[in-house]
Write a protein that binds this ligand. Structure first.
Ligand code: ADP
Length: 522
């Protein structure tokens, strides 16, 4: 009831940012935090469920509301009900125009309720509220609109066959999709999985990250309000190792769409086919190289962009350019620029104003990142800026944006995904060396180069092994550009864009025999 009051207040627009903590806290206090799974367009009775281990908010250490953990029986129920809904055609057989309206309405409701969704996400995973509301929520809504627009444009192919056959290939939804999402862009990650899967006519069982389940649950409730029939979108809360794994292995799940760490991505690839062969799409971690090369006409802008991208979201972005490779003659200038702008990259209280940086997702991450930085300096890396936890809000989990030069190319910092605001700098003399260094990683998510020398840019582009290549601008945020990695960063499938839509269908070949048969005996 209180959530509805909040939504009415926000019907036209979400609150962009808060001027003071009291305002933010007043909203947070009004919220009814979802605490149990959502199956069949209803909250699951939590009477028989265990609570998950309580989490502390990375913003200030407060204990977040308890979440009741789904179990295997609940996964069985969610999957079997979703399967029945799929076979009855409750969703896929609605007219394309009706399905499109539902997805468009989901976008409208997401925007209308962005304040409450983003307050939940801010307290759960520490990102600045203003960024969540102005970027994540906006892009998530855009994603639903973009895929909604494709629903009534799905077409098949006519196949030339011999004179006695007519054939065509049509796209058909896969069935029940298991979506497993991470916490780093809570609403966007959900949108990247759900929007194309639902647009294609599938039913979905979503297992959101333990750290960001509240907004996923509330969004599922809004999707029902938008007109999504029961059992088409179900959200089962729980730990990855138990509920997630059981869902991925489930024989009645037709496909798995996962985003998360490479370690879990490998497990998911292995376990998905345990009881049944099914398509799997995994989008995993990265250790992406950005090369600042001769002919980089605006060095200041290039360095600022790399720092913005690697420190943004406290470095918890899979395609963050966490390895900066610099042409040796440019190193001193690059270092001066980094030191010069370091004052603009400081973590702040994520609840108020419009800060660039907030908290890390957990207190554990502060210690983990600090240990990696210390090991690197022990191995000879030079600390240029940062390098320690930050005292921002008492009880919170904050780390200073950190840059290290002279990082050992085979040390942990150069090879491991830090998933924190840490940039490692390397120098090279020749383009071939830069390409070799860029490829010296088991990850292959993204790579970028800054130069006005077109030939060098194209040679780099051809030479690097990565699912996404950026020339003179890091990242391509447009929803129409497919995104996904190779190597340990992914299995070559994509989120976003038409590629993401295509992967949500199976193709079916149909032939009609037109030859008249001789009448059989009566
Ligand atoms: P991170 O390390 O960034 O938290 P994870 O890869 O651990 O990323 O988690 C991403 C998502 O995968 C989360 O929803 C998590 O619960 C889920 N998950 C973790 N382990 C498994 C597993 N064995 N099978 C399926 N899902 C899992």
């Amino acid at each position: 009831m209180r959530n509805q009051t909040l939504a009415r207040k926000e019907e036209s627009q979400a609150i962009d940012s808060f001027d003071d903590v009291a305002q933010f806290e007043a909203i947070a206090e009004q919220l009814v935090w979802p605490q149990t799974s959502w199956v069949g367009n209803a909250w699951v009775d939590c009477g028989t469920q265990q609570t998950m281990p309580l989490r502390r908010s990375p913003v200030d250490g407060r204990i977040l509301p308890a979440l009741f953990e789904g179990d295997m029986a609940l996964v069985d129920d969610a999957v079997s009900q979703a399967r029945s809904a799929f076979h009855r055609g409750d969703w896929a057989h609605l007219s394309p125009a009706s399905r499109k309206q539902v997805l468009l309405q989901m976008a409208v409701l997401l925007e209308a309720h962005a304040t409450e969704l983003c307050v939940m996400d801010c307290l759960s995973m520490g990102k600045p509220y203003a960024r969540l509301v102005q970027q994540d929520a906006v892009k998530a809504a855009e994603c639903f609109r973009w895929f909604a627009e494709w629903i009534d444009k799905v077409q098949g192919e006519y196949v030339p066959a011999n004179g006695e056959r007519i054939g065509w290939v049509e796209k058909t939804p896969l069935g029940v999709v298991a979506a497993i999402t991470p916490w780093n862009y809570p609403l966007e990650n959900i949108a990247w999985k759900l929007a194309p899967a639902l647009a294609a006519g599938n039913c979905v069982v979503l297992k959101p990250a333990e750290q960001s389940s509240y907004s996923a649950l509330r969004f599922a409730q809004l999707a029902a309000q938008a007109g999504l029939p029961a059992h088409v979108l179900n959200v089962v809360v729980g730990s990855g190792e138990t509920v997630g794994q059981y869902l991925v292995e489930h024989p009645d799940v037709s496909a798995v769409f996962f985003t998360g760490s490479s370690r879990t991505g490998r497990t998911v690839c292995n376990s998905a086919s345990r009881h049944r062969i099914k398509p799997v799409s995994v989008e995993c971690g990265g250790k992406s190289p950005a090369l600042i090369w001769h002919g980089c006409s605006n060095l200041q802008e290039a360095v600022e962009e790399v720092c913005g991208r690697v420190f943004g979201n406290a470095g918890q972005t899979c395609n963050a350019p966490s390895r900066l490779i610099v042409a040796r003659p440019l190193l001193d200038q690059v270092r001066q620029i980094i030191v010069g702008i370091s004052g603009t990259h400081v973590p702040c209280d994520p609840r108020v104003g419009r800060p660039q940086h907030g908290a890390l997702c957990s207190h554990f991450d502060v210690e983990r990142i600090d240990a990696l930085v210390r090991t690197a300096t022990d191995e000879g890396a030079e600390l240029w800026v940062g390098g320690s936890p930050a005292d921002v809000v008492p009880g919170g989990a904050y780390y200073l944006p950190t840059v290290l030069g002279n990082v050992a190319p085979h040390g942990a910092l150069a090879q491991q995904e830090v998933f924190g605001p840490v940039l490692s700098v390397f120098t090279v003399d020749h383009l071939d060396d830069a390409i070799a260094l860029a490829n010296d990683s088991r990850y292959a998510l993204a790579a970028g180069i800054y130069t006005d020398h077109l030939g060098d840019a194209l040679a780099f582009q051809r030479g690097v092994y990565a699912g996404n290549v950026y020339i003179n601008g890091w990242g391509m945020d447009d929803i129409s550009v497919p995104f996904g990695g190779l190597g340990d960063s992914g299995n070559g499938t994509k989120d976003k864009g038409l590629r993401a839509f295509e992967k949500c269908f199976a193709s079916r070949s149909i032939t009609i025999c037109t030859k008249r048969r001789a009448p059989g005996p009566t």
